[in-house]
Design a binder for this molecule. Sequence first.
Ligand code: PEP
Ligand code: MG
Length: 315
Amino acid sequence: QREAARRAFDGTGRTADGTRVELLANVADPAGAQAATEANAEGVGLFRTEFCFLGRGNEPAVSEQVAAYRRVLASFPGRKVVVRTLDAGADKPLPFVTSDGEPNPALGVRGLRTAVRRPAVLDRQLQAIATAAAAENADVWVMAPMVSTAAEAREFVAACAGHGLRTAGVMIEVPAAALRSASVFEHAAFGSLGTNDLVQYTMAADRMLGDLATLSTPWQPAVLDLVRATCTGAAVHGRPVGVCGEAAADATLAPVLVGLGVRSLSMTPRALADVAAVLARVDLDECRHLADLALAADDPVAARSAVRDAIRPVL
Ligand code: PEP
Ligand code: MG
């Protein structure tokens, strides 16, 4: 693995038998876009747009948003950039969108849910994304955070279509959406598993609490079950599924995710070389076998060590 870390990512993710696995970067601002291109990311699998909104008393004007989004899109001509709409609430409160005093903010009005009371904020953001997309030639996809139901997916896709944004998808980070994946993907063009929140909501374990670290891991068999359920439901409609949570940066977990049906991984740019090196050494059938090993384990420690033992020769 040390040897892998020294090698750079060549810009095309694939398994040993040539199955394509897009390796993308998570980007939160223009500086992050720069780091992503330097690491040869194929594109951006999660563009967190909160940087444009956080720490201010009121909503940025559409023109300001357009300028901010263009600064990121300009780094990826001809490349895929998945723009996530505002994920306010819970750990990211915003005075002009979320309300104070919710007893349980992680379970409150956050992510796409804020659009029920403040539809115009989402509408203006989609307008800004569409304008920025038209001005740059990145391949812009749009997705909503915290989608829980097929109806929410349908409404979001319709709102995107109203702005000419045709590739609209959803984050899968609520267990309900994973369990009803086939219905959600009737509407959504693609899915991106937000494993940070999916782990939190599956295990009922606050993602900010270090004390719960043994529960809060994507190696939990229950979480892997939901990854599989998501991919199975998406396959019914031929929709691609990626992972954009921290799990995507775990080089040992990457082949398991591919074996479960995931075909893109979006991560911090510095993890790209390691993940690419492991994937290049296993073929798709081995990935499926590793996924079965992980799912057969009773707990995350056993799952991880079964997979590690099986791929040790290639690590
Ligand atoms: C996630 O929940 O995994 C995710 C990628 O979104 P965030 O960490 O921004 O909530
Ligand atoms: Mg999330």
